[in-house]
Design a protein around this ligand. Structure first.
Ligand code: ADP
Ligand code: MG
Length: 319
């Protein structure tokens, strides 16, 4: 039997050159760079609730970190460090090795260092705390949207939810559409580079984890403003555009979670800068509407100006 300490030493201990002290002591010690604020975020993934219990461990390692990197990106922070708390039903070394590989492959791409955590036996659960840095006054807070701002979204939303609908048997995807949607669902790409580059360009931002309308709703609530979106302007991934179940495609586009795109608002005078950034990052950034004065509500209008009815805004664990 591999002990808890063998697991930590073998799979979760890596050099952490920018930490004062990494894995192995009672606490990690960090010294943020001069003039930087720390940005901290925790997300928990539970087997059976956030992923299928038989999920591929390598993909799970990636996704568990990706969702946390996405939160750092959404506030405009550069990723620096992470803590990993993991409960494992058994010490299956093949599983743990694959999980660690998925985790560290993504971590290394952003020079993120694992500096501590906790390892225990129990029903499979993963909780990661990500720590980043952002210069004061540049954090992209949810409460900073103002009436008149443009609303932008990166990439396209809905593919992850369409992938889940496929796995749940609600739709049958084939070929490239299936590949794209399942990749989105299992190995999302957090918009880390975009988040950092939006500092000084965007006013407020959020990552789309619960659904486009639901997450925009969080920004509107926090900022005390409303929003109007144009239906035709919403970016559609090929799989969404090709989906023959129109109601499902619409639901995925507007209310599907797990895409980890960034939704942000910016002054109109920043349009040129946002467009230049899209080119630079080779990532579509689409203007989908504007922030309005008034109640924190979203209206979606089509080209004729008619309002589109939406049945479900997004995902809520207690909804
Ligand atoms: P303590 O008893 O002080 O909580 P632990 O025995 O839980 O310490 O952990 C020993 C060291 O290993 C600590 O530095 C802790 O941060 C680190 N650690 C434990 N589990 C993990 C993990 N899954 N990933 C990274 N570091 C871990
Ligand atoms: Mg401990």
């Amino acid at each position: 039997m591999t002990s808890e300490f063998d697991i930590i030493r073998k799979y979760f201990t890596r050099p952490a050159p920018t930490a004062v002290l990494g894995v192995g002591d009672d606490c990690a010690l960090l010294q943020p760079r001069p003039g930087m604020m720390l940005a901290l975020s925790t997300d928990m993934l539970l087997a059976g609730r956030h992923f299928f219990p038989d999920a591929e461990p390598g993909k799970l390692g990636h996704k568990a970190l990706a969702v946390n990197l996405s939160d750092l990106a959404a506030i405009g922070a550069d990723p620096r460090w992470a803590l990993l708390a993991i409960a494992l039903p058994e010490s299956d070394e093949t599983w743990i090795a694959a999980f660690a590989e998925g985790f560290f492959r993504l971590a290394e791409r952003w020079a993120l260092e694992l500096i501590g955590g906790d390892t225990t036996r129990g029903p499979l659960a993963i909780s990661i705390t990500a720590i980043g840095e952002v210069p004061p006054d540049f954090a992209l807070r949810r409460d900073a949207a103002r009436a008149g701002d443009d609303i932008w979204v990166s990439g396209a939303t809905g593919e992850a939810a369409l992938g889940l609908a496929h796995l749940n048997g609600r739709v049958r995807l084939e070929g490239a559409a299936r590949e794209a949607c399942l990749a989105r669902l299992h190995t999302p790409e957090p918009r880390v580079a975009l988040g950092g580059r939006l500092r000084g360009i965007a006013r407020s931002a959020i990552d789309v984890s619960d659904g486009l309308l639901a997450d925009l709703g969080h920004v509107l609530e926090a900022s005390g403003v409303g929003a109007q979106l144009t239906w035709e302007s919403l970016p559609r991934a090929p799989a969404i555009a090709a989906c023959r179940d129109e109601a499902l495609a619409k639901e995925c586009l507007l209310a599907g979670g797990d895409d980890y795109e960034l939704l942000f608002t910016a002054l109109r005078v920043k349009r040129g800068e946002v467009e230049a950034l899209a080119k630079d990052l080779d990532l579509p950034l689409t203007r989908i509407g504007s922030v309005t004065p008034g109640e924190p509500e979203v209206t979606v209008r089509d080209a004729r100006g008619d309002s589109i009815l939406v049945a479900r805004k997004g995902f809520d664990h207690f909804g």
